[in-house]
Design a protein around this ligand. Structure first.
Ligand code: BES
Ligand code: MN
Ligand code: ZN
Length: 507
């Protein structure tokens, strides 16, 4: 991954391939952002005029390249748009900085080293720029010949970033960079897992990756294979996985801190491929369904990040892994599954499989009586219709907890929205045969799924459900620090929840 350092060097003397400056959108044209004073001076204070001549406005994500002033070691200056100039008494927000850093890191693919002279007011800003750069420079090349980048233009990702104006010896700055590096590396690893084609990442392969990472970071790991799942009575996970040649797994990752007072459990939907099963998805709806393990990838990344950061909280991650395939052995619409909780479920639609694997993992997670459970899942198309491609829905059995999650997400630059669990929708899942059906009313399908999950949360346990079906996988073009393909949605929110819990500010 891209290497990142804090530097006190002056922009002019720095050996780099590019110097990055910020430009904002002012009322009368582009405005050079703080942090680039020395660069502007080297252009005789005319950088804003030059940028305007080149057609730059300072709009968010805009990238303008110009020759560096004479005397500079670096050959080019790259101006990245920050959006509107902040109000008089305000500075650039962390998310604005993160997005600008991401956009310019993407534009600098093919460049070896860049120095970022962006406006930093404190350590948190440095962390945001670092995160944006590391996440923006991501590319998934594992399946390209000659290591070509995902864009197919043969450009390797930006290799090295020096942040100017940071304080390399300041504790807070160092901690912010360390955090940004740990979170970004693990988030990028989640993206890799999501982008890996489903013929290579089946439940067994995913479990092996989790096992290796756990070993590396001192996390306890247990893998229940199909035999253990059968013995344990995990009818939901088995019922979803039984149609596939690749058997299911339930992975438990336990990070514990000797200084912990609280215990959080994260549960992730890990369908390595969702064909829909016997209720097969039509063409046009299955091409990106390798992304259906994004919840498990997010949980995995968050637990490893928590361990790397040594957070003073116990975090258990549960990865409910299965491949949903149609075959002669697959679960039929009409079959009844006996779940790990003991409840029976009539499977009316085998494409509503996520809730089945999650139900078993939620009940298992509940047995440890954690202070709170948060599940993450690409659960419903209905949530995508409701909230679009960039926002995840948050449901919970506790209003304050749901609000705290929405706030935590906003803090780290993830868009989310609180969603209700309307009681009247529960009866739509009544089954004449079993305790509950895996489908209910079509309207409000995302909320129906949430109500189904709620039935499998242990009595008295605070629980929230993040439906990331919209933002998990970006089928459109890249933007800010978000690439095409797997995005790593919810990783930063989960890490933030673990931090807040460690600080006693949650639960
Ligand atoms: N994995 C899908 C949901 C999904 C849709 C994720 C679009 C990402 C993008 C899930 O398993 C599913 O198929 N849900 C069904 C449920 C329905 C059959 C009750 C859906 O949303 O259509
Ligand atoms: Mn499905
Ligand atoms: Zn699914």
């Amino acid at each position: 991954m891209t290497a990142l350092t804090l530097s006190t060097a002056a922009a002019s003397g720095l050996r780099a391939d590019a110097i990055v400056v910020g430009v904002a959108k002012g009322a009368k044209g582009p405005v050079v952002a703080p942090g680039a004073e020395a660069v502007d001076k080297a252009y005789d204070g005319k950088l804003a005029d030059i940028l305007q001549t080149l057609g730059a406005s300072g709009a968010e994500g805009e990238v303008t390249k110009l020759p560096a002033p004479s005397g500079f070691k670096a050959p080019v200056v790259v101006a990245v748009g920050l959006g509107a100039v902040p109000a008089d008494d305000e500075t650039y927000g962390a998310e604005e900085l993160r997005r600008a850093a991401g956009a310019v890191a993407r534009a600098l693919a093919g460049t070896k080293k860049a120095a970022f002279a962006l406006p930093l007011t404190d350590a948190a800003d440095a962390g945001a720029v670092a995160e944006g750069a590391l996440l923006g420079a991501y590319s998934f090349d594992a399946y390209k010949e000659n290591g070509q980048s995902a864009k197919g233009n043969g450009k390797a990702p930006l290799a090295e970033v020096a942040l100017l104006g940071g304080k390399p010896r300041d504790k807070a700055y160092k901690a912010a960079i360390e955090r940004a590096v740990a979170v970004s590396e693990e988030l990028n690893r989640a993206r890799d897992l999501i982008n890996t084609p489903p013929n290579d990442l089946n439940p067994e392969a995913f479990a092996a990756v989790a096992q290796a990472a756990a070993k590396e970071h001192g996390i306890k790991v247990e893998v229940l294979d199909e035999k253990a799942l059968t013995k344990g009575g995990f009818g939901g996970i088995l019922g979803v996985g039984v149609g596939s040649e690749a058997p299911p797994r339930l992975v438990k990752l336990s990070y514990s801190s000797s200084k912990a007072n609280k215990h959080l459990a994260f549960v992730g939907k890990g369908i390595t491929y969702d064909s829909g099963g016997i209720s097969l998805k039509p063409a046009g709806h299955n091409e990106t369904m390798k992304c259906d393990m994004s919840g498990a990838a997010a949980v995995f990344a968050a637990v490893v990040a928590a361990a790397r950061l040594g957070l003073e909280v116990n975090v258990t991650g549960w990865l409910a892994l299965a491949e949903n395939m149609p075959s002669g052995s697959a679960t039929r619409p009409g079959d009844v599954l006996r779940m790990y909780s003991g409840k029976t479920v009539e499977v009316l639609n085998t494409d509503a499989e996520g809730r089945l694997v999650l139900a078993d993992a939620l009940w298992k997670a509940s047995e440890e009586k954690p202070d709170a459970i948060v599940d993450v899942a690409t659960l419903t198309g209905a949530m995508v219709l409701a909230l679009g491609n960039r926002t995840f829905g948050v449901m919970a059995n506790d209003d304050a907890f749901r609000a705290a999650i929405v706030d935590a997400a906003e803090e780290v630059g993830e868009e989310s929205w609180p969603m209700p669990l309307p009681e009247h929708l529960r009866k739509g899942m009544d089954s004449p045969t079993a305790d509950i059906a895996n489908m209910g009313e079509r309207m409000g399908g995302g909320l129906v799924a949430g109500l189904f999950l709620r039935e499998f949360v242990g009595e008295g346990i605070t629980w929230a459900h993040l439906d990331i079906a919209g933002p998990a996988f970006n089928e459109a073009g890249p933007f800010g620090y978000t690439p095409k393909g797997g995005t790593g949605s919810a990783v930063r929110t989960l890490v933030r929840l673990a931090e807040l819990t460690a600080q006693g500010e949650l639960g």
